[in-house]
Write a protein of this length. Structure first.
Length: 246
């Protein structure tokens, strides 16, 4: 059954991935046993002739494992659903609902970015909440098209993260991260790499999300005008082709 607080962990992510490949929609493979996962598990039990209780007991685990071995290693329904939602139609920057977040000391940059995006007709809200889960809740309630967050770490190289686990990756998040990296490499002093991670802000948001680790804050702030232009340009190209890296 669905419990509070939600069960979390790699075992839950494995269950979500297996159910997704069998056609039972758990939502994003995030390792959180929430209402969608509980409903998908109950549907699986019903369709498999098992006792329907929403509990992944020994009989249910055995049935999932047997059928999953016969289902191949495709992306699963959650990845396909994200791809479908991203490619349903071409969009422009004005069609996007964006949440721009920052985690300490970068509000000058994010405010400038929000103003520029609004001038380009995007619908944007900013979040300075220090807690990643609070920012994710705000983005989900806003029904954002995408989330773009910024953080600085003095001892780290610039890196743009998107959501990825062994069982799943966000196609839209990866495409957005790649476009941001390409734009920043061509027009700013930053040379960000792209990595898939399961950071809380990326796991808990329901839309394509990226977290831009700027490295040391001061060089990024000194180049804030160029960084803002690069991010706006990347979002504009991503809007028209949100599942494509190039």
């Amino acid at each position: 059954m669905h419990v509070a607080p939600n069960l979390r962990g790699d075992d839950v992510a494995d269950l979500q991935s297996s159910l997704g490949r069998l056609g039972f929609d758990t939502g994003r493979v995030d390792g959180i046993f929430g209402p969608l996962t509980a409903r998908a598990l109950e549907d699986f039990q019903h369709n498999s002739g098992l006792y329907v209780d929403g509990v992944c007991g020994p009989d249910t685990i055995r049935a999932v494992q047997v059928l999953a071995r016969q289902s191949g290693s495709g992306p699963g329904i959650s990845a396909l659903r994200e791809l479908e939602s991203l490619t349903v139609s071409a969009r422009s920057l004005a069609d996007l609902r964006l949440v721009i977040g920052q985690f300490g000391g970068l509000s000058a940059l994010t405010r400038q970015l929000v103003v520029t995006l609004r001038q380009r007709s995007a619908t944007v809200i900013a979040s300075d909440e220090p807690d990643a889960s609070a920012q994710a809740v705000a983005a989900n309630r806003f029904a954002a098209t995408a989330y773009v967050g910024f953080e600085s770490q003095a001892d780290a190289e610039p890196t743009i993260y998107y959501y990825a686990v062994p069982q799943f990756e966000s196609l839209g998040g990866r495409a957005l991260a790649t476009r941001l990296a390409v734009a920043c490499r061509s027009s700013t002093p930053l040379e960000p790499e792209v990595h898939g991670m399961r950071l809380p802000i990326l796991r808990e948001t329901r839309m394509p999300a990226v977290l831009f680790g700027l490295g040391a804050a001061q060089p990024a702030l000194d180049a804030s005008a160029a960084v803002v232009d690069a991010v706006v340009g990347a979002l504009e190209t991503w809007a028209s082709s949100p599942a494509s890296d190039g």
